[in-house]
Ligand binder design. Structure first.
Ligand code: FAD
Ligand code: NAP
Length: 1108
């Protein structure tokens, strides 16, 4: 044993190019000295005699166990050092080795979810496995940029022999039951809908040279938002353009940074500024007698990597580099596995460091904590150094834990470390108020992997009214558990979160602006906005991509990093690098309770808020589409460009553009249903000179996700629902100055459903966890809640009728609400308060809008806009409002023909038909346009009540019509002109008595001020009842046999001129012919039992009598 436990073994391993393996094995050893299968009796730090040309792990095991080697290196290296066992060396997952060993033997009941590890097959020659070329490893490395640490994971040990696929247990062979995690009751287990970030992923093309391997990635500072990829024989920058629209394909430019070394491995790097960085490399070279040597060099790169300069050629194997921007000092940490070496470099032209010190144990991480002090941590090590005239030890704290990662919060001065001792995870906190004791807390989660502080900047407002503590530290674990800690009150866990689908979290990082938190592993990335809610706001799943794009089983480093402006995330695994745009929706949400804004048949108990944010609604809809296989029929990114009805063939001829390929297709359909949304075609304001404006310009519906509004002067035009949501969001951003141009007066209501909410006793619109749990576990309770929400919405229909008590009450309430919220700015209250009845314009509850208007960074401008110039809006009162960005929250072209040609019978364009006013029959059919149905077209929306129920019932109506068309061999059905006129006459009569007839500008009205064309003439319940039973006599029909040249075989006897009841067929039913369900009418679900003694007393009929 003695021979094996000597430091030379460690050195040999390092010098053979397996530095990281050595380091990782050392860590592994320390955690579980007794359980490494090949090292039962070897002391800590003694490492393997892994020799590229002969000895292998098996030999070592044989030595350790006093047995004969079982396998010959190079041709027989099966199970004992299989992928699974090899994985024991891989501590980048933070799993105690003994547990992995036990897991591999199927003994562990509840291990963490494991990334699928399946090694590539070695080349086979005559059935003999060739020994794969040993690969040089990178070292465990931390990358620093501008004082912010981006941690890349320590690499896997590659130095063990690689088994053949046939020999190694694949994941399929590993007892699967041991791979699943039990549902910890304390965990958040709901599967709430969250935004899917996968579709926008940009993959950086992989390096084809297998000798070049990415081991670390790091984003450059804010002035150079490039992504650096470094590793084996590789140092590259990738510049990825931002997408301004989802259709845009981003450009990727890749450039090599040239280093004055060959055959190297970048072991650490840190940015100094936007065009300077230092890297440490291990170079493999040969001396004059041909012996292989390892040279560790420290190299500074300047001018964006164009110029390089070797600082030192004897730097030692560096695993951490930290830059001190205040004093231009570079800290490097190297280790020989046993001892740590600290060097502080003062000057790039000095080949020897200005200060040096050594520690008795290995150092794993370090961080500058002031301009002259830094902390190091490692094996039973936590030490603070001071750089003065000399390098002195400021504090050595007694600890028995192996600390692997250190983070520092500059605003509070708190240092946090994550470590392992006796297979348990620990969190250590050093508070400036008590700088001599490292408070240590055993982490409740198995396999902790990473930690991060939320960064606070001087301008962000994260702490204003926040529900989470100002100093926030998060930890993550292999089990997908994320905990937020209040480090001022160690160790108070303030939030317990779980990753999407409990995927493993190897890395965790707050966005540089502190607003979002990302935790990631090879299978998924989960993003939270923890100020707002505990459920994730977005996720990215590897399974959305084929393995040639992203294969989560790939061997190699995993790293995670935010780009400096917090708009993109990068993840890397081996040579795979993905850039994931992270959109910021600015406050878009529904404003009716989410429990009403959902399908009747698909209740979601997990809405995170009473007014769910847009990404949650989108995910819900996507889930429903997938659940019911609607996706079979959906072609995404296909734009309809023209639709023409052909009277002769009774077909719609449709031109479709595939936006992905640019290809244009021609298609035909019997029936055309337009569900293109009434609030979809942006309406831009017609302002003189708007085209000369040079700043950023966007419509609320075509939001530029990539635009950084921080510290900008922003003009927002409009005071509709969109503006009401956008203004408070922009006002809250750091450094913004918002000028809001308000043309019309408007009512701002308290949130809809507030009474109901009061009834349930909630303080905010966030839905408490207990309630969501109850909704999920108690369907009856949730059903009752849904009923209350719907009844609440449908119960206030009278509010839309002029002169009703409800209307008067609402007016008083809104008046008081606005007065109260605007009491500090009575002039705004006066300017905004309308004389028309509430509801005439679309009512919007504006949480935070009125409050935002009173803030010093918001100007409320009522003077009409006269013109625009390159950098300003000029108002009629002669004032100039300088702006950097213009947001047009100016609404949509609603109740209008589509922005593409659509012609009906006799080539009649819909634009001509609707020239003066959009008219329909019951909102869904248009005279002159056969086999066309519109959903949420003109006169289809609602002022109060559930819109989604109306959409569902119109859908049912259309299905009934299609069934009729199919069954009766109808070529076309078109509503009669007279019936359309009847409907419009009814519409106008109905609205006379409503608040909508008041004098106000609104998209509900024809051309803003005319007849009501946006709304259904009645209540939601009225619409549902109307759609229930179609009046088929209101339509004209042409049968297939009336068309010229109809093929008789198509008719099957059914047609106008044959027998319209020929669908009666042969007198048999289909089921009868199949000899199935021959007495179905006795099945209980089909028996309609009359109520005795008075059938007319049937409750069901009382609730819903037949109207037709
Ligand atoms: C910001 C915002 C918030 C809203 N909040 C609420 C709310 O809280 N409560 C409420 O009841 N209503 C709300 N609405 C109204 C909302 O529009 C409807 O509730 C709902 O989205 C309408 O559904 P839809 O399917 O008819 O239209 P949309 O959801 O608009 O969907 C139309 C689809 O058609 C596609 N499309 C359009 N033209 C073409 C073409 N030429 N070719 C191919 N595809 C095309 C669009 O891309 C889109 O996917 C809100 C609207 C907006 C804009
Ligand atoms: N649920 C939600 O939270 C939510 C959010 C957003 C939108 N929506 C839905 O979408 C609908 C549309 O809302 P929206 O806010 O996008 O549009 P909108 O209600 O039509 O409001 C457009 C605003 O822009 C103003 N405007 C238009 N042209 C202008 C010009 N040239 N100069 C100055 N001002 C001009 C309008 O002023 P005038 O009033 O004077 O014409 C109005 O204030 C809503 O009614 C609602 O149904 C819902």
């Amino acid at each position: 044993m003695a021979d094996l436990s000597r430091p030379p073994v460690w050195r040999y391993l390092q010098e053979a190019g397996f530095g990281n393996a050595a380091l990782q094995l050392a860590r592994c050893w320390i955690r579980d000295p007794d359980t490494l299968p090949f090292a039962t009796h070897i002391e800590p730090h003694a490492l393997i005699r892994l020799v590229q040309d002969g000895l292998c792990f098996d030999q070592l095991q044989a030595d350790a166990c006093h047995t004969e080697p079982r396998y010959r290196f190079g041709r027989d290296h099966g199970r004992p050092f299989s992928a699974r066992n090899g994985n024991l060396l891989t501590l980048d997952k933070g799993i105690p080795a003994h547990q992995l060993a036990a897991e591999a033997n199927g003994a562990l009941p509840d291990p963490p979810p494991k990334k699928t590890l399946k090694r590539k097959k070695g080349k086979t020659t005559n059935g003999v496995e060739l020994r794969p070329e040993p690969e040089v490893n990178g070292d465990a490395m931390d990358i620093e940029h501008n004082g912010t640490t981006h941690v890349t994971n320590s690499v896997r040990a590659e130095s063990e022999t690689i088994p053949s696929e046939a020999e190694s247990p694949t994941v399929a062979e590993i007892p699967i039951s041991t791979l699943s995690i039990g549902n910890n009751a304390g965990f958040q287990t709901e599967v709430i809908s969250i935004a899917d970030l996968a579709p926008q992923t940009v993959f950086i093309p992989r390096h084809l040279d297998p000798g070049k391997v990415v081991e670390h990635t790091s984003w450059g500072p804010i002035d150079a938002p490039v992504l650096l990829a470094a590793g084996r024989s590789l140092l590259q920058v990738h510049v990825v353009s931002r997408q301004t629209t989802p259709e845009q394909t981003p450009t990727i430019r890749t450039g090599d940074m040239l280093l004055p070394v060959n055959n190297f491995d970048v072991t650490a790097l840190c940015w100094h500024s936007d065009d300077e960085l230092t890297v440490s490399v291990r170079e493999q070279c040969f001396n004059e007698v041909g012996e292989k040597m390892m040279m560790d060099k420290l190299i500074k790169l300047t001018e964006g990597g164009q110029v390089s300069h070797i600082i030192s050629s004897t730097a030692g194997l560096i695993n951490t580099l930290r830059w001190n921007p205040d004093r231009n000092l570079l800290l490097s940490i190297s280790t020989d596995g046993e001892k740590g070496s600290i060097k502080v470099w003062k000057n790039e032209s000095d080949s020897i460091p200005a200060w040096t010190d050594f520690t008795d144990t290995a150092i794993f991480d370090a961080h500058w904590i002031t301009d002259s002090a830094f902390v190091v941590c490692g094996i039973k090590l936590f030490k603070v150094y001071e750089v003065g005239e000399s390098l002195t030890t400021q504090r050595t704290l007694d600890t028995s834990v192996t600390w692997e990662t250190v983070k520092y919060d500059p605003t509070s001065g708190i240092i946090a470390v994550l470590g392992i001792e006796d297979q348990k995870g620990y969190l250590g906190i050093l508070h400036p108020n008590d700088s001599i004791s490292l408070q240590t807390h055993e982490l409740p989660d198995d396999y902790p992997t990473d930690l991060d502080f939320r960064i606070r900047t001087s301008t962000n407002t994260l702490t204003n009214g926040s529900s989470v503590p100002s100093v926030l530290l998060v930890t993550c674990s292999m089990l997908g558990t994320v905990r937020a800690w209040d480090v001022n009150e160690p160790f108070k866990c303030v939030k317990l979160l779980t990753t999407s689908e409990n995927t493993q979290a190897l890395k965790i990082a707050f966005s540089p602006d502190g607003s979002l938190l990302a935790a990631a592993g090879p299978d998924a990335v989960t993003i939270w906005d923890i100020e707002r809610r505990d459920v994730p706001v977005a996720s990215w799943h590897a399974r959305e991509w084929p393995s040639d794009k992203w294969n989560p089983s790939t061997e190699g480093e995993f790293s995670l990093g935010w780009d400096p402006d917090s708009s993109r995330l990068s993840i890397a695994l081996g040579n795979q690098i993905a850039i994931i745009p992270v959109p910021r929706y600015l406050g878009c949400a529904c404003d009716v309770p989410s429990h009403s804004y959902q399908y009747t048949f698909q209740p979601n108990p997990n809405w995170s808020s009473l007014y769910a944010p847009a990404p949650e609604i989108q995910s819900y809809l996507q889930d429903v589409a997938e659940k019911y296989s609607a996706t079979r029929f959906i072609k995404l990114r296909h734009e309809i460009q023209a639709c023409h009805w052909n009277d002769k063939t009774a077909k719609w001829h449709i031109t479709v553009k595939n936006l992905a390929t640019g290809e244009t297709l021609q298609d035909q359909a019997d029936v055309l249903i337009s569900g293109r949304g009434n609030l979809n075609t942006p309406s831009w304001p017609e302002i003189d000179g708007i085209e000369t404006f040079k700043g950023a310009k966007m419509h609320s519906a075509t939001w530029d996700q990539s635009y950084d509004f921080e510290n900008k002067r922003i003009g927002v035009i409009g005071s509709g629902s969109s503006s009401i949501q956008i203004v408070p969001s922009l006002q809250r951003l750091p450094g913004t100055q918002v000028s809001t141009f308000v043309r019309s007066k408007t009512w701002i209501s308290p949130p809809f459903g507030q009474q109901l909410w009061d009834k349930y006793g909630f303080q905010t619109s966030a839905i408490p966890r207990e309630l969501r749990d109850r909704f999920a576990n108690d369907p009856d309770y949730y059903h009752k809640f849904r009923l209350s929400v719907e009844e609440d919405g449908n119960g206030i229909h009278a509010v839309t009728m002029k002169g009703t008590e409800l209307q008067k009450g609402a007016k008083d309430m809104f008046h008081e609400h606005m007065r109260e919220k605007l009491k500090s700015k009575p002039e705004i209250f006066e300017a905004l308060l309308p004389s028309f009845s509430p509801g005439c314009r679309r009512l919007t509850p504006g949480p935070g809008y009125l409050e935002a208007l009173t803030q010093p960074n918001v100007s409320f401008i009522t003077s009409p806009i006269a013109r625009m110039s390159e950098s300003a809006i000029h108002t009629v009162d002669g004032r100039t409002h300088e702006i950097d960005a213009l947001v047009c929250a100016t609404g949509f072209k609603s109740s209008a023909p589509p922005p593409f040609p659509l012609t009906g019978s006799n080539g009649l364009p819909l634009t001509r038909k609707w020239e003066n006013r959009a008219v329909t029959y019951l909102s869904h059919s248009v005279a002159g346009f056969p086999n066309l149905f519109t959903m949420l077209g003109p006169n289809a929306a609602i002022g109060s009540g559930s819109l989604t129920t109306m959409i569902e019932t119109v859908g049912d109506y259309i299905i009934k019509a299609i069934r009729k068309i199919q069954k009766e061999n109808i070529a076309s059905m078109v509503v009669k002109e007279e019936r359309e006129r009847d409907f419009i006459e009814y519409v106008d009569a109905y609205f006379e008595g409503t608040v909508f007839a008041d004098e106000c500008r609104s998209w509900y009205k024809n051309k803003g001020t005319g007849e009501v064309v946006g709304l259904w003439p009645g209540s939601t319940l009225h619409c549902v009842e109307t759609m229930r039973s179609p009046r088929w006599e209101d339509f004209e029909y042409i049968y297939v046999d009336e068309l010229e040249g109809t093929d008789e075989s198509r008719l099957k006897g059914v047609g106008k001129n044959t027998n319209r009841l020929a669908w009666l067929g042969n007198g048999w039913t289909v089921k009868q012919q199949e000899e199935k369900d021959l007495a179905w009418y006795l099945y209980p679900e089909f028996v309609n039992k009359p109520v005795a003694p008075l059938p007319e007393e049937n409750e069901e009929f009382k609730i819903r009598p037949f109207s037709y």
